[in-house]
Design a protein around this ligand. Structure first.
Ligand code: PMP
Ligand code: GLU
Length: 397
């Protein structure tokens, strides 16, 4: 009998990955799809990073790595935390994993027991809630209001905390909204968490460098929280290295030890060649990071401006990352091609089939009113996609 475990049966497939695959399939059929679904930089990995990987192959870095990562990479990660975040971590407080997605999964599986509550501010990145489900934890979703740039308030966090709360997942700059918590906003949240000593903080900072309002603030910067905070980061977004699959954390050592134990029984550690490339990324010339940020900001402005031309769509103005998350609910209950649009999924499917634009429905991010548009693609693609979107949406009556 073909029967997957109950754990797997209750798991939703990743909506970002699913839409990306749909878009690839349509392209393979010769359709001119513009893919605004998956969030990954369209830039190539910078040459000096690629060269380090080629050297690693030539120098026979083909043997199992230490489970936690090469010592020099862990040193480079500590140096990065010092240089960019003013955070002091020892190498034993870091572990390199197969992408930040894997880092987060390791941390959740290391901390969360069956029935433990994990607070997740919505709209949230698709994988958080399902990773908590894998750990048999309970998701407690609190929603950031559109008018507050989709940010949650300290009072909302305070009200959501119970004796069963194990952790809170924070993501700034946010996927899918681009919201960035300023220093005073982060401090107000830190003050609430200070009172609740049993709560761990998982701070996903993968978009730290794609920030349009200036300074990035890590919640681990508030000393009184550092002992129960895990900072998650990686090279995917900052260095256009999504396919290399390298993520890492800075955390209390007992948490990295737990992750090492888990990783030793699952992946054995991240790919050697990719670790060497990540070392070059973190220690090499950082200009590429800034150049890509400038391009993302220009593209953000393009999409935000073009969305304003579409009646009924309430666009937000992202402060970071590479996503816009407009409220499209004004179109729910209306029809096109004889079919009713009732959900954000209906609208995304219509945009994909009719206008050949791939986006991701907000339902997957815990907010049924929105859709996520990734602007990590060329200005030309974005321009064409927004023209198609305007035309397609105008046909909905
Ligand atoms: N966190 C967030 C918020 C993300 O958007 C992503 C990218 N999908 C990740 C973590 C994981 O990144 P990666 O596994 O590529 O390092
Ligand atoms: N950050 C990307 C996204 O949200 C990557 C896809 C994924 O890892 O889920 O689209």
């Amino acid at each position: 009998m073909e029967k997957v475990s109950t754990r797997l049966a209750s798991l939703a497939p990743s909506a970002t990955i699913a839409m990306n695959q749909k878009s690839r399939d349509l392209k393979a059929q010769g359709k001119d799809v513009i893919n605004l679904s998956v969030g990954e930089p369209d830039f190539n990995t910078p040459d000096h990073i690629k060269q380090a990987a080629k050297d690693a192959i030539d120098n026979n870095f083909s043997f199992y790595p230490p489970v936690a990562g090469y010592p020099e990479l862990k040193e480079a990660i500590c140096e990065k935390f010092r240089r960019e975040n003013n955070l002091d971590y020892k190498p034993d407080q870091t572990i390199v994993s197969t992408g930040a997605k894997h880092s987060i999964a390791n941390v959740i599986l290391s901390l969360v027991d069956k029935g433990d509550e994990v607070i997740i501010p919505a709209p949230y990145w698709v994988s958080y809630a399902d990773q908590v489900k894998i750990a048999e934890g309970k998701n407690v979703i609190i929603s950031g209001a559109f008018d507050n740039n989709y940010k949650v308030t300290p009072d909302q966090i305070d009200a959501a905390i119970t004796p069963k709360t194990k952790a809170i997942l924070l993501c700034s700059p946010s996927n899918p909204t681009g919201a960035v918590y300023t220093k005073p906003e982060m401090e107000a949240i830190a003050q609430v968490l200070k009172k609740h000593e049993h709560v761990y903080i998982i701070s996903d900072e993968i978009y730290e460098h794609i920030n349009f309002i200036g300074e990035h603030v890590s919640i681990a910067n508030f000393d009184y929280l550092k002992d129960r905070t895990v900072v998650v980061n990686g090279v995917s977004k900052a260095y256009a290295m999504t396919g290399w699959r390298i993520g890492y954390i800075g955390a209390p050592q007992w948490i990295t030890n737990a992750c090492i134990k888990l990783q030793g029984q699952t992946t054995t550690g991240a790919t050697t060649i990719a670790q060497k490339a990540a070392y070059a990324a973190l220690t090499g010339d950082q200009h590429c990071v800034q150049e890509m940020k400038v391009a993302f900001e220009r593209r953000k402005n393009l999409v935000v401006d073009r969305l304003k031309e579409i009646p009924g769509i309430k666009g937000n103005n992202p402060q970071g990352a590479f996503y816009v998350f407009p409220d499209v609910s004004a179109y729910f209950g209306k029809s096109v091609n004889g079919q009713q649009i009732n959900t954000s999924t209906d609208l995304c499917m219509y945009l994909l089939e009719d206008a050949l634009i791939a986006t991701v429905p907000g339902d997957a991010f815990g907010d049924p009113h929105g859709i996520r548009i990734s602007f990590a693609t060329s200005d030309k693609n974005l321009d064409e996609a927004m023209s198609r979107m305007k035309k397609a949406i105008a046909r909905i009556q």
